[in-house]
Ligand binder design. Structure first.
Ligand SMILES: Cc1cc2nc3c(=O)[nH]c(=O)nc-3n(C[C@H](O)[C@H](O)[C@H](O)COP(=O)(O)OP(=O)(O)OC[C@H]3O[C@@H](n4cnc5c(N)ncnc54)[C@H](O)[C@@H]3O)c2cc1C
Length: 589
């Protein structure tokens, strides 16, 4: 391999924000409100405000109903996360969400659906005790992100679209000093020096699986950058799967979500022989069993070979009736049609689809991390969801903690003087990033990506055991070595194969961390199910698994478990108010 000679551009700003989903845009807006004279740059791997998953959301949880309160929202989230969430973070989420919704309406100009009396039309995601889903039809994300983009335009940050963060820069004291980025269209590295950095790249553990719902460009970069920089990660073993991802074999449409609400409206789940397999798993509740149990039952059926030849089971929505489907569920009928399926006329193939990575970087309620000047918000952060995520809390998390991160970053940028960062470290990072372009005879990144997704699906998916996880760990070490030998043909500008190779550097690392954490947690809780440790164990495992890099990045992480602080809600208290929630189904506007 010859070392490429690469020209590097530089840019100086006060605040650099990585990512332009809900967290990134809110961080920019709040940083500029707190410090209108600050130079704020948004670096976004995709189009600014139109990439990532925030644009896909259907509903936003906020305690705005007359019978609701932030306390009830908090309790629902803690219970849904099986008591593993950081209760201070959940408290911040539930307390700030109503104000963020009002800001979206009054400052950004979002139109959310209202009832005849003018109040917000609130619906419910599965498992909620109160209707608190704020929405704009089923396209809430489009409304929120479009209006935030308009607001941002008026505030005028520097928008760097199609620019991916490659590495976090640290100064000689180890504090945040900016970002090494890559302009994807021109193939040129940019050193962005900044006095405060917000990482909001949208997580990425959910992208590691065969059937996955997230935006294509999410590959775990934010989490990987923070881990490489030495930050602690928590709860990496928990990856949220939803039950009804459409399977269109061999097509990128695979993973498009049909909604859980279909099950509550009367749809049946069938195995490859046309039998309602939930009779084997939960004969009483059948398709109305809780979302996580349904996903695990589907996964078990598919892995046992009782699914369809293409690794799916079938969702039969015909019992709901064509008229209802084509009116109340018209968007889902259209979605299925895009994969060539008639939802109202035939059973359609579905599988559990990985949806969001629950774990992420350890932050405090202001979104600060252990590195001075570095803040993390949205799906890159850990601790808000515990062991299982509740629908509607994702966009709430991004906007609440994005806003907090923006304000904290503005304050930090005012206070901090950064020291120089190491030129040698920058040169090494550039060399590493450009290596696939000058390597010959290496594997294709697309082949390795497909291998990674199959491996994670089979060995570290919804149901796990030590033997499978150990096998996954060994294969991932091997995959890691092969990623270092990837060869892609040039040029550097606008080269998707090269970007896939860079994605893999992050995603294999994140996969290793998911597997390491999953091996440590010897119990079953929330989205982590171990057949060799099938019970939830509150005596020994009300603890979070915290991972931190060893000096040698290729070595396994150092691992610690820490007790969860239960000072706002304990499991024994929850029993008094929790029973009603379990039966609650989703309601659809
Ligand atoms: C199909 C779908 C439906 C969903 N529905 C809901 C819902 O109804 N309610 C709910 O609460 N949650 C929902 N979620 C979850 C929700 O979308 C996320 O929790 C939340 O939007 C994440 O926001 P974010 O700002 O952290 O990341 P995202 O909105 O995903 O944005 C990530 C940003 O980071 C950028 N990026 C990535 N890597 C880099 C890099 N290396 N350098 C620079 N930029 C980078 C991306 O281009 C993008 O701009 C849904 C998720 C999916 C996939």
């Amino acid at each position: 391999m010859t070392a490429p000679q690469v020209a590097v551009e530089t840019l100086e700003v006060d605040v650099a924000i990585i990512g332009s989903g809900g967290a990134g845009l809110m961080a920019a807006i709040h940083a500029l409100r707190a410090g209108p004279a600050l130079r704020v740059a948004i670096l976004s791997k995709g189009a600014v405000g139109r990439s990532g998953c925030s644009i896909m959301v259907q509903g936003y949880n906020a305690a705005l109903g007359a019978d609701d309160s932030p306390r009830l929202h908090f309790e629902d989230a803690v219970r849904s996360g099986a008591f593993l969430a950081d209760q201070e973070l959940v408290w911040a989420l539930a307390s700030d969400a109503p104000a963020r919704v009002r800001e979206l309406e009054n400052a950004a100009g979002c139109y959310f659906d209202r009832t005849a009396d003018g109040s917000l039309d609130l619906a419910a995601f599965p498992g909620q005790t109160r209707n608190r889903k704020v929405h704009r039809g089923h396209e809430t994300g489009i409304e929120v992100m479009g209006r935030l983009r308009d607001l941002l335009f008026r505030l005028g940050p520097l928008e760097l679209a199609d620019v991916r963060a490659l590495e976090l820069l640290r100064d000689e004291r180890g504090e945040a000093a900016g970002v090494l980025a890559l302009d994807l269209r021109r193939g040129i590295p940019i050193v962005v020096r900044a006095r405060a950095v917000v990482v909001a790249a949208g997580g990425g553990a959910a992208s590691l699986y065969r059937v996955a719902t997230p935006a294509r460009e999410k590959s775990g970069d934010g989490v990987a950058l923070c881990y490489r920089a030495g930050l602690e990660l928590r709860d990496m073993e928990f990856v949220q799967f939803l039950s009804v991802g459409l399977v269109a074999s061999g097509s990128k449409v695979t993973g498009v979500l049909l909604e859980e609400a279909l099950r509550f409206a009367g749809a049946h789940l069938l195995d490859g022989r046309g039998e309602r397999f939930m009779a084997r798993h939960d004969p009483e509740r059948m398709e109305r069993a809780p979302r996580d149990d349904i996903a695990k039952a589907m996964y078990a059926e598919i892995l046992a070979g009782r699914g369809t030849p293409f690794g799916a089971v079938l969702l039969d929505a015909r019992p709901i009736g064509r008229t209802v489907l084509e009116t109340r569920f018209a968007d889902l009928v259209a979605r299925a049609r895009s994969a060539g399926r008639d939802l109202a006329g035939e059973p359609v193939p579905v599988a559990p689809a990985s949806h969001i990575g629950i774990g992420g970087v350890v932050i405090d309620p202001s979104s600060a991390t252990a590195i001075a000047g570095l803040f993390v918000a949205g799906e890159d952060a850990g601790g808000v969801h515990g062991a299982s995520w509740q629908g509607g809390n994702g966009i709430a998390e991004s906007t609440v903690f994005g806003a907090r991160a923006g304000e904290a970053a503005a304050a930090a940028a005012g206070d901090r003087r950064i020291q120089p960062s190491s030129d040698a470290a920058i040169a090494d990072a550039v060399r590493l990033a450009f290596a696939p372009l000058t390597t010959v005879d290496g594997p294709s990144p697309f082949t390795l990506s497909a291998e990674l997704r199959e491996l994670m699906w089979e060995r570290a998916g919804l149901v796990r055991d030590e033997a499978g996880l150990a096998a996954a760990a060994a294969r991932l070490s091997e995959l890691d070595e092969r990623v270092a030998t990837i060869a892609v043909p040039g040029p550097a500008r606008a080269n998707p194969a090269w970007q896939e190779a860079l994605d893999l550097r992050s995603s294999v690392l994140v996969a290793r961390l998911v597997v390491e954490a999953a091996r440590v947690r010897r119990e079953s809780r929330g989205m982590h199910t171990r057949t060799d440790h099938p019970e939830r164990d509150d005596r020994d495992w009300l603890r979070t698994v915290v991972l931190r890099r060893a000096d040698d990045l290729a070595a396994p992480p150092t691992i610690e478990t820490r007790p969860i602080v239960l000072d706002r809600l304990r499991p024994d208290q929850a029993a008094e108010v929790g029973a009603a929630t379990q039966a609650a189904g989703a309601t659809r506007p």
